[in-house]
Ligand binder design. Structure first.
Ligand code: 3DU
Length: 241
């Protein structure tokens, strides 16, 4: 990610969340957007809804195209199941060519996240952990106070600490919550990569997210939903300079 970001002079991760009932059209649209915005982004994130619409083998072709554009591909699987099914899903995404997978630490380590990290380490892939989501209701659980040895703290702080202990390759913290980004950055230190979704359409301010400690901005509708995605990506890229 660092190499790609430096090469592209960009911190934008494109969320390729397109929808179309016609699979061929959807595939064409995905590839057209990718080619149009490639030089303004540093990675592509694909969501499960695209896998449902196109099937993993077709998504794997998109991943190949992403790689041909010299960009890494992240699977936003939000993995959060027990070990054997996590393993199966992780193996499938690795086999499809993804470079990293997003998972939810809520399962805990043993019989949950351990299998995800084990496969990632074996295959030289990344694991990015959800730490605080961007939607308004995220507060309900991510800020829930939980007991620790020396008192109480919000659960997202435990997620951040676990990410360091488990040697995760990055964290997801919503761009709609710059104060939480700042807090997470102070907990995880300078070398952990923070990915921030929720920029633009969800109301998050990309510049503020970067200033408070995010490394990368995950951006979907603000780019692909605009009349001219290339101009939208270029505009965002310029504004972040
Ligand atoms: O709001 P956008 O269209 O820019 O899309 C944001 C993307 O980031 C989308 O793929 C969504 O699944 C993902 N995401 C969040 O929006 C918020 C999170 O906390 C985690 C992931």
């Amino acid at each position: 990610m660092r190499a790609s970001s430096e090469r592209a002079h960009s911190r934008i991760v494109l969320a390729l969340d397109l929808q179309n009932d016609d699979r061929q059209t959807l595939l064409k649209q995905c590839n057209a957007i990718l080619e149009g915005v490639a030089k303004y982004i540093c990675a592509v994130k694909i969501n499960r809804q695209l896998v449902l619409a196109l099937g993993l083998p077709t998504v794997s072709q998109i991943v190949t195209n992403v790689h041909e554009l010299s960009l890494p591909a992240i699977m936003d699987a939000k993995l959060n199941d027990v070990g054997h099914t996590n393993s199966f899903m992780m193996e499938s995404y690795v086999h499809a060519g993804f470079d990293a997978v997003i998972a939810s630490p809520i399962t805990g380590w043993e019989g949950g996240m351990d299998s995800v990290f084990e496969i990632a380490r074996k295959e030289d892939k990344g694991v990015i952990l959800l730490t605080y989501m961007s939607n308004p209701g995220a507060e309900q659980f991510y800020s829930m106070m939980t007991g620790v040895e020396d008192g109480q703290r919000p659960i997202f702080e435990t997620f951040a600490q676990m990410a360091v202990e488990w040697r995760a390759d990055g964290l997801v913290v919503g761009a709609t919550r710059p104060d939480i980004i700042r807090r997470v950055r102070s907990l995880v230190g300078p070398s952990m990569e923070i990915y921030s979704p929720g920029v633009g359409t969800q109301g998050g301010d990309g510049m503020k997210a970067l200033e408070t400690g995010a490394n990368y901005l995950i951006v979907g509708r603000t780019i692909y939903g605009s009349e001219n995605p290339r101009d939208a990506a270029r505009g965002l890229h310029e504004s972040l300079k």
